[in-house]
Design a binder for this molecule. Structure first.
Ligand code: NAI
Length: 696
């Protein structure tokens, strides 16, 4: 396509304007790069006094075109375009609205000045895709705002608002009103006044006089949370090069980091999740013209652990929400918990008092069910008991306006059975939040057999508005995430009997990158809950059951798989080891040393196998849906890409062989390879290549 198509040229007197026009996010694809290069030459030829560079549509630029990463690069390269901008004799002013992210901000940094609308967001999120800014961001930003401020922005990947960026010093002015007109006037004035632009053009410099030890200390503090992830380390190293290398050498160093990381496994995994989070919004089989129903307010039934958190999501998005509780006492407790949560955030400096008050004003409580009459959507989060749920849904059906969606937050119960208590089963679905509901981004939207497309579209739209990552799943016990993690249980017990200790298993999983190993997670959730579920299902877990019988319920009793001190730090407990060893003796299992790799495989492969069955049953539409669930709701590090990605990288033939091996050696029929794994292994296929499956 003609590059003039991607970059429009215009002018207002002697100030010329280049408008990037590559909707929806103005990525710097080949046509844009060529258009910029040609556009600058044209402005020079036509005698421009200054150039304003601006984005068309809703933002300045979202950065590099990631879909071009895996293809041979077409000229001109970004550095070539940047060279032309930076060495231009005519000042070039970036005018930013919406956002300038990644390569988009790097493009703005290369300009001679930057102006922005007050609410524009600017940042370098490359670290979150597994690499480092690769077009000078790590060298220019520290030169503009100082190494430690730049380090924070680049290692976190979090964008900052333009007014904050003005204070930090990498945006020169805020433009109120029409941005293009304001930017033209600003550029004309600046050129006329002979303003000295802050150019990072002196290529021989490094940042002088910086305190390397202080920088390293700040970097170490920032890197503490990134565990095995490589890109934050790469980012810190690249910014450090601005203190030790000349500008030219710094750029080279940054480029090396970029190349190394962008081709690495972690970046591949992070991009898999990044694109996956966009893909899951497309529901196979849902007609494209399906419209969500308008939702201006919500009612949440039950203000306990989950109901309170769910309601906070709405208030946080400034959507009026009312919690309905059984008694004034329970209601007051629920609202107080929300308040305490917000107050903690205010005290931590992450929420202003004014914003807190705005949110708090959106949250109401009531013990009068008549509020349901006004609701645009109702989400139920009462006790996990089918009798109670059916009673509540019958009542909701009688009170809610016709056409209003009734959703349940149940984590295990049958959505169809719940829907059967109403005369509107087509308007019933699951909205399965994860604890803490105001923090965890995952929302499993459960499609019942009668749920209409509009109902699902409405739940998704609401989920999106309250900042969740929605994944539509089918109706089954545990849905996707809990059903898969539940399958680790038998192998966990077997590993313990055969020779591992809780700390070994958690260490292996945490080294892999999980936020928390399965034993520590069990202690946090409460071992009594798992025991109750097993009792209801008639299954056993000899060791976990023995712990519960000994009064070890987890953190709430200060002992479970571990002993907990008053700071909730966990410690290995010889008592637990004794219970395990006794049980092994009783069951005549000979204990041995188990290698870490075996622990990892026996914890992950049962989940992979169940994931395959979930795909066979069409409970999840695509393997990526499963990976997105794990990256957003189960502490699975996004840089590992999720369980199905893990299996694909291992190779499905290998996965099949290992599953078959463990099924036999551990006498666990559940590990018999799923039919889909057998099929894909035989074909040499993969989960990700298995394509979009038919609609539910
Ligand atoms: P909870 O026991 O903390 O809260 C339940 C609340 O519902 C209580 O405050 C109770 O007073 C209220 N309630 C009960 N019957 C009611 C009625 N008829 N009308 C009005 N209010 C009523 O329970 P939690 O943990 O919040 O769980 C609620 C639901 O969320 C359950 O279905 C559970 O399976 C599900 N869930 C729980 C998760 C968790 O981690 N706790 C995670 C995801 C889902």
């Amino acid at each position: 396509m003609d590059d003039a198509h991607y970059v429009e040229h215009g002018f207002d007197g002697d100030v010329h304007v280049l408008r990037i026009a590559n909707p929806p996010v103005n990525t710097l694809r080949t046509g844009v790069r060529a258009g910029l290069l040609n556009g600058i030459q044209r402005c020079v030829k036509e005698g421009a006094r200054a150039i304003v560079l601006i984005g068309q549509g809703r933002l300045f630029s979202g950065g590099a075109e990631m879909t071009e990463f895996n293809k041979p690069r077409q000229p001109p390269s970004l550095p070539e375009v940047f060279e032309a901008i930076e060495t231009s004799k005519i000042p070039i002013v970036a005018a930013i609205h919406g956002s300038a992210l990644g390569g988009g901000l790097e493009l703005a940094l290369v300009c001679h000045a930057r102006v922005a609308t007050p609410t524009a967001m600017v940042g370098l999120p490359e670290v979150k895709r597994g690499f480092v800014p690769g077009a000078g961001g790590t060298q220019r930003l520290p030169r503009l705002i100082g190494p430690e401020a730049a380090l924070k922005i680049i290692v976190s990947g979090e964008p900052v608002r333009a007014d904050e960026a003005v204070k930090l010093g990498f945006i020169d002015a805020i433009i109120e009103g029409d941005l293009e007109r304001g930017a033209i006037a600003w550029a004309r004035e600046a050129a006329k006044s002979g303003r000295k632009f802050t150019l990072a053009r002196d290529r021989s410099d490094k940042i002088e006089g910086a305190d390397l030890a202080a920088f390293d200390g700040a970097a170490a503090a920032l890197l503490k949370r990134s565990r095995g992830q490589e890109s934050p380390k790469g980012c810190a190293a690249a910014v450090r090069a601005a203190l030790t290398h000349s500008f030219t050498d710094g750029l080279l160093f940054e480029r090396q980091q970029f190349q190394r990381l962008v081709e690495g496994e972690q970046s591949f995994a992070l991009r898999h999740i990044f694109f996956g989070e966009r893909e899951v919004a497309r529901i196979p089989g849902m007609p494209e013209d399906t419209k969500p129903m308008p939702v201006k307010n919500a009612v949440v039934i039950g203000g306990g652990t989950m109901g309170g958190g769910i309601a906070m999501n709405f208030a946080n998005a400034h959507i009026p929400v009312t919690i309905v509780e059984m008694t004034e006492d329970a209601l007051a407790r629920g609202l107080a918990k929300c308040d305490a949560n917000w107050q903690r955030t205010v005290q931590g400096g992450k929420l202003s008092q004014a914003e807190y008050e705005k949110r708090r004003a959106c949250l109401k409580g009531s013990t009068d069910w008549n509020v349901v009459r006004e609701a645009d959507i109702v989400i139920e989060a009462v006790f996990e008991d089918m009798g109670v749920k059916k009673e509540v849904f019958a009542k909701l059906d009688a009170l809610a306006r016709p056409g209003v969606v009734l959703a349940s937050n149940t984590s295990t119960l049958d959505i169809d059975a719940i829907a059967s208590a109403t005369k509107r089963p087509e308007l019933v679905c699951g909205m399965h939040f994860f604890s803490p509901a105001n923090v965890m981004r995952l929302l499993e939207i459960v499609r019942g057999k009668a749920s209409s497309h509009e109902t699902i579209a409405t739940a998704m739209d609401v989920g999106r508005r309250i900042n969740k990552v929605n994944v539509v799943v089918g109706n089954c016990d545990g849905f996707v995430g809990n059903r898969m993690t539940g399958k680790r249980g038998p192998q966990l017990e077997k590993l313990l009997l055969e020779g591992a200790l809780p700390a070994d298993i958690d260490r292996v999983m945490e080294t892999y990158g999980m936020a928390m190993g399965p034993c520590a997670t069990g202690d946090l959730a409460g071992l009594d809950i798992g025991a109750a579920v097993r009792k209801a299902r008639g299954t056993v877990a000899p060791i976990a059951d023995a712990l519960v019988a000994a009064g070890r319920f987890g953190q709430k009793t200060s002992k479970g798989w571990y002993l907990y001190d008053e700071k909730r730090a966990r410690h290995a407990d010889p008592e637990v080891e004794r219970i395990i060893v006794d049980m092994a003796e009783k069951m005549q299992v000979r204990r041995r040393k188990i290698e870490d790799q075996e622990i990892l495989e026996r914890m992950l492969l049962p989940m992979v196998n169940e994931g395959a069955r979930i795909l066979e049953e069409n409970i999840a539409a695509r393997a990526i849906d499963i990976d997105v669930i794990f990256a957003n709701g189960f502490g699975w590090p996004a840089w590992r890409g999720g369980p199905m990605f893990f299996a694909d990288r291992m190779g499905l033939k290998n996965v099949r062989d290992k599953l078959a091996h463990y099924a036999e050696t551990t006498n666990d029929p559940n590990l018999k390879p799923a039919a889909l794994i057998e099929k894909l292994a035989a074909e040499g296929g993969s989960f990700s290549g298995n394509g979009t499956r038919k609609a539910a």
